[in-house]
Design a protein around this ligand. Sequence first.
Ligand SMILES: [Zn+2]
Length: 631
Amino acid sequence: MLKYTRISILVAFSFIILFFYCSSANSYENFEVAVYSRAQDTQQMEDLNWLEPIWNEISRQVHVDKIYLETHRDMFLVDEETIAKAKKFFEDRGVRTAGGITLTVNERKRFQTFCYTKPESRQRVKEIVEYTARLFDEVILDDFFFTNCKCESCIEAKGNKSWTQFRLDLLEEASRELIIGPAKAVNPKATMVIKYPNWYEHFQGLGYNLEAEPKLFDKIYTGTETRDPIRSNQHLQQYQSYLILRYLENVKPGSNRGGWVDTGGMPYIDRYAEQLWLTLFAKAPEITLFNISQIQRRIGPSNRAPWHGTQTSFDLDEVMKPIQLDDGTTIQPNMIARAAGYTFEQVDRFLGKLGKPIGVKSYKPYHSTGEDFLHNFLGMCSIPMDLVPEFPADANTIFLAESAKFDESVVDKIKGQLVAGKTVVITSGLLRALQGRGIEDIVELEYTDKKAVIRDFVLGFRGTYQAKSDILIPQIKYLTNDSWEEISCRASGIGYPILHSAEYANGTLYVLTIPENFGDLYNFPAEVLTRIKETLARDLYVRLEGPSQVALFVYDNDTFIVESFLPELVDINIVVTKQVGGLRDILSGEVLSQSTATSGRGMFGRRGNTQPQKIFNAQIKPHSYRVFQCE
Ligand SMILES: [Zn+2]
């Protein structure tokens, strides 16, 4: 009887859910979608007549599983009655609710944060957290749980520590005493989530403690917004939307709850869609749309880019097609929410077919910086990157940028890899940092203070290739016949190493010369990038040959994605180094047959690449991706 009643209730409940879902977009199979509401927007929800038509419009254009209702931002606190009303509104519609907190005093005053040394300021933070944790079983901190306070109290508390060390210690303490402790005291069920912003190279300087905090918080979350790489102040490369999510997943495996994208900085509307799908290529279980008011911005013909209308991955003509609702009526899409909805529907078709993302293991110690954000530039040159916070001794090939200098014993670790017969690729920046720290025990190279302006590259018997522009590089000196130029460059009749190798015990150390302006990596000739990929990505079963600003995302089940960020159609070679009959385009069904067979093209050095290779030609449309399966 009891069982029967439970089933009846369940059936009745399902009907209610169905009733409310019938006018909404369908849910996605491979991820969940959340919308974030800032405190000022949440407060407006006290008027449900204001909220209802807005929510109806949004939820017809994108399916939403969850909403984060922020309680505090800029010293503004939403009243409890409004929160209760809003929670009920969403839960009645099958949308889960969670709390959000932005710990700013004044966002417009250069992101003024709370002071974590003054008692009254600390007390206020604690009260906001307690208030929110009483109302929600899940609370996320938007990415302002850092401190940039340099008041006299903070200066005195800092003492002789560096600002970085002082703030790391201070925010770790504040995490325990002002966030986690008080939240769990008022609501032991509360899941506390810390969301990290996109400036991961600089977290430590403002107290974001990636080593300590993820262990204290239940879950973490990732800011995957990269916006416009050229016009925005941050100049983040598009690839970062993928890389940072993987990096934070490696920081707290299984507990990186999702990625977060806003609508800022998109010179063309595809840029918004790119950030969303890159977050999902990285296998985010949830994606948050920031925020409920931004996603209502209108889209229409003014968002048209020159490549729209040619069946690119985000084709405005397709996006703007009327949506058929379950009740048979249709509506005309009109807002950014639809750009998200369309993108999610496209990606959801194939995400379930992709395995675990893999890439070149790149070690970045906690609280390190140096050659900031360089990994993303390499990602944009189709070198799949997998950034990890612990030294990946198991990997056959490891890439180390300058940030690895923060590990006191990194030279010993490099030696360990080489003795074990493995490959380590370091940058010119790391070489400079390790001079005098023992790198000369492996090979005597000198990172000089001299520079050269170069344009011509020499690839041994493969020939000479010219860059798209002049490139300024540091000059590295070496001892003749002790170490070897794999890739050279020429200027004014003399040359310098771009990729240099040195054998040590059973392995090989490579030094990759990084241009003074990282952006010049994009100007390297395709053939030079190919040679770099043959070394760096040698453990992966697939590589690309072609221009820069085309990225490769590789999964451990013989699937991969090729994505172009270029505004024109691009021809590429897909080089597969495992036994395959063909490559199937998962989206179109087209099977690419092998166009060239070679074996061991890359016979460079005594331990040259002799893998069998199969090469497939493919074209990628502007700002588009193709998804392939090896067959
Ligand atoms: Zn202060």
